[in-house]
Design a protein around this ligand. Structure first.
Ligand code: F0G
Length: 470
């Protein structure tokens, strides 16, 4: 990548370009440039589409809803059916597992737990590989095919790798995934193996893997599929469109997501902003991201922002203090140096949302509560409900506000966490200190029961008395 490929913003004529997010730079690059960071200033890139080409937005909305009855295979995907807002042309060799189309549930118990009248849970864990990553991987792997790449790679805490492995398998590409050794749930590791990726277990944490990926990305034979890749963000932003359709275009007051590498908050913020720019919605929901206390660099930064930085009158700090050794049992978000922090923070601040951190105990209890709603999710996803409870207590969210939490991964991604929680053996090791044992309020350990009808009836009656059964 040489500097001469960077262009000034004013000469854009295409449907979309890749653009440096730093307003002081704003360099643009063709969509077919294999580039992840601005070659002029090192900033992150985003896809910038000429929305004036879309025409009548109301007609677009009608076209989207008519696609429910369509037989075009792109319309079976909850990502590609919004293709007018994706940076691909009609002939793109789209690689799909029919991602998206995930349910939006009411969670009455979780709502009461948070102090809300109502809470809706958008379950992105119902995607083909069990996490929200699929909505971005369909577009990133399609772009890899468009560019003629043969090898796709990513660093991961487990879900990105599972998703990349699956989509690369569909496309017939070679996938290499870099995972921090011993820090990935066995279910997620198993997925990458089964989908045929080369699994490289690295001695180090996710941030070390991510640094290696940035080096690998310099090799012209490699295509990087982490969320630093703006084509990932494009697919992931469509969840905002899908949620608005499911909400009958009534904008919720709050949308709350977990925060790890901060790609998801970036994507959802971008999706809502595009709907606003098109006039399909008339205000933004407040977007908040929730991190785990032991891996909360963005929440730490947010807590230190001054009033005029929160309102956007003063620029954000150029650098963020990273967390050297992130610690959390929510391994999906065990990240100390998130690459998309700046893009995400901008979107969050523009919407009036917040970034906060929650404790291991709060994550574990919230996860069990979501389970009691018959839904279930992985620990990283439960930061949302834990965070909403805190934001209600802090009066940032009011009890009658409409609130939507995005559950990012399926409960079966990390069953060992669930069994440990319910058996009272969930422990977070802390180097140099005593291990932290999580004693759950909603424990539900298995009981050994004699193989007789009477014993089972007695066990059921006892569980009823203890409140474990409704
Ligand atoms: N929830 C789950 C289940 C995740 O797997 C991740 C990230 C996040 C939330 C955070 O999303 O990074 O966009 O802020 N997982 C990545 C991975 C890092 O490699 O699977 P984010």
């Amino acid at each position: 990548m040489t500097e001469k490929t960077a262009r000034a913003p004013e000469i854009i004529t295409e449907k979309a370009v890749q653009r440096c997010i730093d307003p002081a730079c704003g360099a643009t690059y063709d969509l077919n440039e294999r580039i992840y960071l601005c070659s002029r200033c090192g900033g992150t890139l985003e896809i910038s589409q000429n929305l004036s080409e879309i025409g009548d937005a109301t007609a677009l909305r009608k076209r989207w809803s008519a696609r429910a009855a369509s037989r075009d295979p792109r319309d079976a995907s909850g990502v590609w059916r919004y293709r007018e807002l994706l940076p691909f042309d009609d002939a793109a060799p789209f690689v799909t597992l029919f991602e998206g189309n995930t349910p939006l549930y009411h969670g009455p118990r979780s709502a009461r737990y948070c102090g809300l009248d109502d809470l809706r849970l958008k379950h992105q864990g119902c995607n083909p590989t069990g996490s929200f990553k699929d909505t971005g991987m369909t577009t990133a792997v399609t772009q890899a095919v468009v560019l003629g790449a043969r090898t796709v790679v990513c660093a991961s805490t487990g879900n990105t790798s599972a998703s990349l492995a699956a989509y690369a398998g569909r496309a017939g590409l070679r996938a290499g995934v870099l995972l921090p050794r011993g820090q990935i749930s066995s279910g997620k590791l198993a997925q990458s193996l089964d989908y045929g990726a080369l699994v490289c277990e690295i001695d180090g944490n996710f941030d070390d893997c991510m640094r290696l990926i940035q080096e690998l990305g310099e090799d012209p034979s490699i295509y990087v599929a982490n969320s630093i890749n703006p084509f990932r963000i494009e697919g992931q932003k469509t969840v905002a469109f899908e949620m608005m359709e499911q909400c009958a275009w009534q904008v919720p007051d709050h949308v709350v997501v977990p925060g790890g590498n901060m790609g998801n908050s970036t994507a959802i913020g971008k999706g809502f902003q595009e709907l606003l720019d098109l006039g399909l919605i008339h205000r933004l929901p407040k977007l908040s991201a929730i991190q785990a206390e032991g891996a909360a660099p963005v929440a730490n930064l947010f807590a230190k922002l001054k009033a005029d930085q929160l309102t956007g009158e003063m620029p954000l700090p150029e650098v963020m203090e990273t967390v050297e050794n992130p610690r959390t049992l929510a391994t999906a978000i065990k990240i100390g140096a998130p690459v998309s922090w700046k893009k995400a923070l901008r979107a969050i601040l523009r919407s009036g949302g917040k970034v906060i951190a929650v404790s291991e105990q709060e994550i574990a209890e919230a996860k069990a509560m979501i389970g009691r709603d018959g839904i279930g999710c992985e620990p990283g996803s439960a930061t949302t409900v834990a965070g909403i409870k805190k934001l209600v207590a802090a009066k940032h969210i009011r009890s009658h506000d409409s609130v939507l939490a995005v559950l990012t991964g399926n409960m079966l991604k990390d069953p060992s966490y669930v069994s440990h929680y319910h058996s009272g053996t969930l422990v977070l090791d802390s180097p140099g200190g005593p291990p932290q044992r999580i004693v759950g309020s909603f424990q539900n350990a298995p009981k050994t029961v004699a193989a007789t009808k009477a014993a089972i009836l007695a066990a059921l009656a006892q569980a009823g008395k203890e409140g474990n059964l409704p």
